[in-house]
Design a protein around this ligand. Structure first.
Ligand code: GLP
Length: 243
């Protein structure tokens, strides 16, 4: 695993944008795995700027997002569908039929999503944030690693962390549909961005701890092409260990 630490959160996120832009430049019909949350926003801002300046072209790019809440209308501004529209889809020349987010709350919905990823040729580069408890997508700490796209019940910690976007914690959906660990591990390249002190423990366990479904991101130690981009706050415990 590659690990890079940056002077600022913004620089760590923009570095992820660089890797995605390089992928799209190398292969015009790339399949991008995309993430929501506050962390990747600067990466999307960079991609939009480079698109506007004619540096990158999304005409043939396909995208698959990691996850979506269950029971939230896609037009709800707090849905991940709306997030992606706001931060990327409405601002670049991605074709609507080439953008995908999981939706629904059945096993069949998960299987359909997995099939669509497979038919697109698999994900070339997967962007990830990380939860305070080490979750990726909405793969929460659990007894086992999951394989494909599935419905999850969110942990209390995740509900509390995501409550900042909603009026109150009671409004945060309790369930989500998420790509599984198998989908993420099948991506040809994975880029995880972590910023802020509240991610330091998760980053440390991801890089230096045992591989365990209790810290879902720790499985990335086995990925052949994974890069973790952190600011000093999120990377603090790893940096201390390597001194
Ligand atoms: C949610 C998303 C994750 C994201 C996490 C962290 O749980 N499902 O994909 O990584 O939030 O979000 P943030 O970047 O806002 O800290």
């Amino acid at each position: 695993m590659e690990f890079h630490v940056y002077e600022s959160a913004r620089a760590a996120c923009e570095a992820a944008g660089v890797l995605i832009a390089a992928q799209v430049t190398r292969k015009g019909d790339s399949v991008l795995g995309l993430a929501t949350g506050s962390t990747p926003i600067p990466a999307y801002e960079m991609l939009v700027q480079w698109y506007e300046r004619g540096v990158i072209d999304f005409d043939r790019v396909r995208t698959f997002n990691l996850d979506e809440y269950v029971g939230i209308d896609h037009k709800n501004p707090l849905s991940y569908h709306a997030f992606m529209q706001e931060h990327l889809f409405s601002k670049v020349n991605l074709r609507p039929e080439n953008t995908h987010l999981p939706s629904g709350h059945s096993a069949e919905a998960g299987l359909r999503y997995d099939r669509a990823i497979h038919e697109a040729g698999g994900i070339d580069i997967q962007l990830l944030g990380i939860g305070r408890n080490g979750h990726i997508g909405f793969n929460e700490p659990a007894k086992d690693f999951t394989f494909g796209t599935h419905v999850v019940t969110l942990t209390q910690d995740t509900i509390e962390a995501n409550a900042r976007f909603f009026k109150s914690p009671d409004d945060v959906p309790r369930q989500a549909i998420s790509m599984g660990i198998g989908n993420i591990m099948a991506a040809k390249c994975v880029v995880l961005v972590a910023t802020g002190a509240d991610k330091a423990d998760a980053v440390y366990k991801t890089l230096c701890g045992p591989i365990t479904p209790q810290v879902p991101a720790s499985i990335l130690q086995l990925h052949p092409c994974c890069v973790i981009l952190a600011d000093h706050e999120a990377g603090a415990l790893v940096e201390r260990e390597s001194r």
